[in-house]
Structures are given as structure tokens and as C-alpha cells.
Design a protein. Structure first.
Length: 233
């Protein structure tokens, strides 16, 4: 039984690497220049994803009456539309923020290259360029994770949990799967954050290319997911 449960944890980590999950998280962290905040957002996405999976699968396992298959296609299409919106938001923020890079001098005399944006709702002090940025949209990240958790993976989890000896072992399997997906997404977010943070600090055009690639790729993937769920099926 222990190997069965450990397998659920490992599959959960692998599940975090799926293309739609990567695209969603990458689009949401594209504006963050802090690796710490990016990892937090990945973990928050994982928590939303895991909690929705657990509730959805618990109902399916314990009641044996939830029409999982009927729901999954509809939810997959919603996830596709959500990816399109997230990708478009990346491109919108790129145009709005108009990030550029310049030599920045601290009061102490230290000089370095500095990422700077002229976003209307950011307070910039003209002479020192000290400023504050809005915190990442944690509620938005949690909501996207919940929607992903409710979508297509539910069928796979219910089927896998059905191999357990008892419903409670099945629920434990789902819980470990969710824990694995949280850890996997946090680690994946860290990997995403490093090139984004580097490009945001040192390369104006590199930063823009990264954002355009993430936004465009997310839109394309969202269109593919929506077409597969609602049109081709």
C-alpha cells in the first residue's frame, strides 16, 4: 500500500509539468521580478488545484454518483478559455508597463542597471527611482488553480483511486497526489522565475521576448485545449 501511495505523490509531481499548467503559471508570474514571489504563486496555484481535486474526487469516490466524465469536457473547455485570457493579459501588461532598463544610482553611490516601468498606478520618485510595486494577484492564482483542479485530471484521479482497497485509502492517494502537485508546481515556478528575473533585470528586449513568447504560447495552447474539448470531441 505504501508504494501505491508514494506513486500517487510522484504522479502528482509529474502532473504539475503538464503544458496547460505550465502555461497558466508562466502567464501569471510573467510580471514578477522576485523569485520568492514566483515560487509562492506556484505553490498557491498548487493549493487551489489540490483542494479542488480533493473535494471533487471525494464526492465521486464516496457517493459514486458524480457525472465526472460529463463535467470534465466542459471544464477543459473553460480552462482553455482561461488560458487565452491569461495569455492576452500577459501581452496587455507588457504594453501597459513598458518595461525598460537604465543605469540606476542609489543614495549610497552604488550604480547598476535597473528595471523600470511607467505603469500608471506605481509611485515613482523622479530623482531616486525608488518605487513600490503591487503584490502578485494571489486570489487570481488560487482561482486558476481551482479551475484546473476541477478540469480534466479528475477522471484520471478517480480511476486511479478506484484501485485502492478502501475509499479512505483512495482519498489518501488523492491527497498525496495533490501534495505532489503543489511541490512540483513550486519547483517548476522556481525554474520559470530564474530566466524571467534575469531578463527583467538585465535585458530589455530579452524581457520583452520572454513575455511575448509566454503570452502568445499560452493563447495558442488555450485555443488548442478549447478546440479539443468543445469542438473536436
Amino acid at each position: 500500500m505504501s508504494s501505491f501511495l508514494f506513486l500517487g505523490f510522484l504522479i502528482g509531481m509529474k502532473h504539475a509539468l503538464e503544458a496547460d499548467h505550465l502555461a497558466a503559471v508562466a502567464s501569471m508570474v510573467a510580471g514578477s521580478k522576485s523569485v520568492k514571489d514566483t515560487v509562492k504563486m506556484g505553490a498557491i496555484w498548487g493549493c487551489g488545484h489540490a483542494s479542488a481535486l480533493f473535494v471533487f474526487c471525494a464526492l465521486a469516490i464516496l457517493s459514486d454518483a458524480l457525472p465526472v466524465t460529463a463535467w470534465s469536457s466542459w471544464l477543459e473547455g473553460v480552462v482553455g478559455l482561461m488560458l487565452i485570457v491569461l495569455g492576452g493579459d500577459v501581452l496587455r501588461r507588457l504594453y501597459r508597463d513598458r518595461v525598460h532598463f537604465h543605469v540606476h544610482r542609489h543614495h549610497s553611490g552604488d550604480v547598476h542597471f535597473h528595471a523600470h516601468t511607467h505603469t500608471p498606478d506605481i509611485d515613482h520618485k523622479t530623482d531616486s527611482h525608488d518605487h513600490t510595486h503591487r503584490k502578485p494577484a494571489r486570489l487570481k492564482t488560487l482561482s486558476v488553480g481551482i479551475m484546473h483542479g476541477m478540469a480534466g485530471s479528475a477522471v484520471l484521479i478517480v480511476l486511479s483511486a478506484g484501485l485502492a482497497e478502501t475509499p479512505w485509502i483512495g482519498l489518501l492517494y488523492v491527497a498525496l497526489f495533490g501534495a505532489g502537485s503543489i511541490l512540483g508546481m513550486a519547483l517548476l515556478s522556481m525554474i520559470i522565475a530564474v530566466p524571467m528575473a534575469y531578463s527583467a533585470r538585465y535585458l530589455t528586449w530579452g524581457n520583452r521576448i520572454v513575455h511575448v513568447s509566454v503570452g502568445s504560447g499560452t493563447i495558442v495552447l488555450g485555443g488548442y485545449v478549447t478546440y479539443g474539448a468543445w469542438i473536436a470531441s
